[in-house]
Ligand binder design. Structure first.
Ligand SMILES: *[C@@H]1O[C@H](CO)[C@@H](O)[C@H](O)[C@H]1NC(C)=O
Ligand SMILES: *[C@@H]1O[C@H](CO)[C@@H](O)[C@H](O)[C@H]1NC(C)=O
Ligand SMILES: *[C@@H]1O[C@H](CO)[C@@H](O)[C@H](O)[C@H]1NC(C)=O
Ligand SMILES: *[C@@H]1O[C@H](CO)[C@@H](O)[C@H](O)[C@H]1NC(C)=O
Ligand SMILES: *[C@@H]1O[C@H](CO)[C@@H](O)[C@H](O)[C@H]1NC(C)=O
Ligand SMILES: *[C@@H]1O[C@H](CO)[C@@H](O)[C@H](O)[C@H]1NC(C)=O
Ligand SMILES: *[C@@H]1O[C@H](CO)[C@@H](O)[C@H](O)[C@H]1NC(C)=O
Ligand SMILES: *[C@@H]1O[C@H](CO)[C@@H](O)[C@H](O)[C@H]1NC(C)=O
Ligand SMILES: *[C@@H]1O[C@H](CO)[C@@H](O)[C@H](O)[C@H]1NC(C)=O
Length: 638
């Protein structure tokens, strides 16, 4: 426990940062007291039981509630899976063809209370009202344990049911790589505080992030949501990130965080991803596992509440070659023992049951233990020390494991305690509801959006700028050849457009970093394979660069190998998630917009250089085109 002075300082610091960031009208309201509790709170539940008494300490409430729980109620807590909103904010009735169970089945029958919201937030009020509906339904269960809603990132551009949703009604920022490009811990905290306010407003109380995997293998398809290649930078920023979401201490205004993917998902064999059978191996040819732990150690020291191990299995280390959530050496010995982590460990989604995602058959990610039955897999995950099964809804397996004596009920109690403690600390038992009017005011308000918009611009990283081409000073007579921007954005700026490079004075080309398209409704969302453009695309681009001075903007969701663009474009900008208006503002230096980013990773010279480098070692591709930290500034105007 800290001294009074540290306590005071903490309060003052947190007050100052709150005041500086969030207009007072937007602050979340105090939860209602017991006396004036929402009428629904008393629905079917004995209000005088100790676990409902906010004046008791949390440990006593946890023990009281645990002592009242049936085996089935405990088993339900151990599952955390997708939930969708039904039409117009109704409870989802499920859909057999999409193999989706109804919300009623998951809340009322399986007695689950942890869900991650999937789908875009297109109407804030509807989402808020739906959230209140699922809480009302939870209050009608025997013990009225409130629901904890979680989410993958929703504040940038990624749209992938397995990793994140585009901002829509939320303020829109670059991916976390863009925050890393700005090297600014204060800005990271500000982002996290704004994201927290928007999450709180619609009832999201757990972030399935931050992702602190290190980009030591540039081909991996999950780089956009990391903080780059450098362990120290990631370690510094994750502290600010956690502080922003959780606050100085977890409480009623906090969003709990799941730091992932323990022990660092970066070193993927051949850069493939372990959602998929061919990508199950993680490999350490440089014997560099320690490096990947640096951000996790920082997160634990900063009060990380929850951790998610990755799907992968480690090859060629001292640990068993089984997926990290099946891996007692990793979870119990390393994470809990050596690193002293005391919080919740939630597995990645879908380790037990084969399923179908976006029409694609997805075998359970039981890497290294594929031969085990579902029941045996579940037992192994529990025995490894994991608390919660992500992306699964199979409490009946746990009930069977206890009833057949394979797993003692006391083992469940250990995990259920951790999970309930989180709900009590978040204040969900006092007030599980949100105010839909307030949600509409808070989510995507102009202040939050402005800061997000500005950050998209600042995170731009200027890689080349021959003859100080940028910012452009063009007249209305300048003829532009443009690719990758919708016409309306260009027309709004009165730009004169032509349809071939040959007719143009200048070209503006927005590109997506190279990748090799994969088949399948789900797999195709993962950009994997070569980091070079193919020969056809290189030739196509070369013709443009030869015809007209060209400004290239490339979205680096992965570290592209593009020496030919560095050589041939007049100027080269990189973004980590930016809309067309952000790009145009930066190109023209509109209202002082200018690139302030520095590369959060090396940009390799070629695929040959990437293949020759070690998956687990940072900064080891030969002769990179641009180094980590590279980023030019616009010349000073006189
Ligand atoms: C509610 O719980 C209290 C304390 O355990 C008990 O005395 C009371 O009888 C209960 N009331 C009902 C209606 O079950
Ligand atoms: C949703 O609400 C709108 C407006 O009230 C209504 O027109 C529409 O039919 C509803 N859709 C469904 C699926 O209930
Ligand atoms: C269930 O999903 C299928 C396939 O996506 C869709 O065609 C169908 O309309 C859905 N049914 C309901 C009741 O939502
Ligand atoms: C619902 O859950 C049960 C039991 O977990 C499962 O057997 C069933 O297939 C599920 N139904 C759907 C539509 O997912
Ligand atoms: C990272 O931090 C450690 C400890 O402060 C230091 O020894 C090391 O040189 C740093 N590495 C880099 C790449 O900055
Ligand atoms: C993974 O590593 C194992 C052990 O080295 C090897 O047999 C296997 O071919 C590798 N690749 C995959 C996709 O399993
Ligand atoms: C943020 O940017 C979007 C997209 O350009 C724009 O529509 C919106 O008006 C901007 N909002 C603010 C507050 O700057
Ligand atoms: C574009 O041209 C119209 C008509 O001349 C003018 O009103 C408007 O201000 C111009 N917009 C910009 C961004 O220059
Ligand atoms: C080459 O890349 C382009 C654009 O990235 C793509 O459209 C095309 O299908 C690719 N061609 C081959 C032969 O792979």
């Amino acid at each position: 426990m800290g001294s009074l002075r540290t306590w005071r300082r903490k309060v003052i610091v947190s007050l100052l940062s709150t005041l500086a960031l969030v207009p007072s009208t937007l602050a979340h309201p105090e939860p209602v007291s017991r006396a004036q509790a929402h009428p629904l709170l008393s629905r079917g539940i004995n209000e005088t039981l100790p676990y409902r008494d906010a004046s008791l300490c949390i440990e006593d409430r946890v023990e009281d509630l645990l002592s009242r729980m049936t085996l089935e109620e405990k088993a339900g807590q151990l599952f955390h899976t997708q939930i969708q909103m039904g039409p117009n904010g109704t409870l989802d009735l499920g859909n057999v063809t999409q193999r989706r169970n109804s919300s009623e089945n998951m809340i009322g029958e399986k007695l689950m209370t942890h869900f991650n919201l999937v789908g875009d937030v297109v109407d804030v009020r509807t989402n808020a009202e739906w959230y209140n509906r699922i809480q009302e339904r939870a209050l009608q269960t025997r013990l009225g344990i409130p629901i904890t809603l979680s989410s993958d990132p929703r504040h940038a551009f990624t749209e992938n049911i397995g990793t994140g949703f585009a901002a829509n009604q939320f303020s829109q920022w670059p991916e976390s790589l863009g925050l890393a490009a700005l090297r600014d811990a204060e800005l990271v905290q500000k982002f996290a505080e704004i994201a927290r306010e928007e999450y709180l407003a619609i009832g999201i109380r757990t972030a399935l992030h931050p992702q602190v995997d290190l980009v030591t293998e540039p081909r991996w398809a999950r780089i956009a949501n990391t903080m780059g290649e450098d362990a120290n930078l990631t370690a510094e920023l994750v502290v600010a990130y956690l502080k922003g979401f959780q606050g100085e201490e977890l409480g009623r205004h906090s969003v709990s965080t799941i730091t992932k993917h323990f022990p660092g998902g970066g070193p993927m064999e051949n850069g493939e991803d372990s959602h998929f059978t061919y990508g199950k191996n993680q490999t350490y040819p440089g014997n560099n596992l320690e490096y990947h732990l640096i951000p996790f150690k920082a997160a634990i020291a900063a009060g990380a509440r929850q951790m998610m191990p990755y799907y992968s299995r480690p090859i060629g280390t001292e640990y068993d070659e089984v997926g990290f959530s099946f891996n007692k050496g990793i979870i119990t010995d390393l994470l809990r023992g050596e690193l002293g982590f005391e919080g919740i460990v939630c597995s990645d989604w879908g380790l037990i049951t084969d399923t179908v995602i976006r029409g694609q058959d997805m075998p359970a990610r039981a890497w290294g233990v594929e031969y085990l039955s579902e029941l045996q897999r579940a037992a192994m995950v529990l025995n490894a020390g994991v608390d919660q099964f992500g992306g699964e809804q199979r409490p009946e397996l746990i009930v069977e494991l206890v009833n057949t004596g394979v797993i003692p009920e006391e083992r469940l109690d250990v995990s259920v305690r951790r999970l309930l403690r989180e709900k009590f600390t978040l204040g969900l038992f006092e007030n599980p509801f949100v105010d839909a009017d307030e949600a509409v005011r808070v989510v995507g308000n102009s202040y939050f959006r402005r800061i997000g918009n500005e950050t998209q611009r600042k995170a731009y990283t200027l890689l080349t700028n021959n003859d100080n081409m940028l910012p452009l000073t063009a007249s209305e007579d300048t003829k532009f050849y443009v690719e990758g921007i919708e016409l309306s954005h260009l027309e709004a700026r009165n730009m004169t457009l032509v349809s071939t490079p040959e007719e143009a004075d200048l070209a503006l080309i927005r590109l997506q970093a190279p990748y090799e398209p994969r088949p399948g409704g789900f797999e195709s969302a993962y950009h994997a394979g070569s980091l070079e453009y193919n020969a056809t695309e290189k030739a196509r681009q070369a013709a443009i660069y030869a015809a007209v001075p060209t400004i290239v903007d490339i979205y680096l969701d992965r570290p592209a190998a593009i020496p030919e663009i560095a050589d041939s474009a007049k100027a080269l900008l990189a973004n980590f998630g930016a809309g067309p208006d952000a790009f145009l503002d930066v190109v023209f230096g509109f209202e002082g917009a200018q690139p302030m980013g520095k590369l959060p990773f090396d940009l390799p010279r070629s695929m040959a250089a990437v293949e020759a480098s070690k998956e687990d070692v940072p900064f080891d591709t030969e002769n990179p085109v641009f180094k980590f930290g590279h980023g030019l500034r616009y010349a000073e105007k006189c």
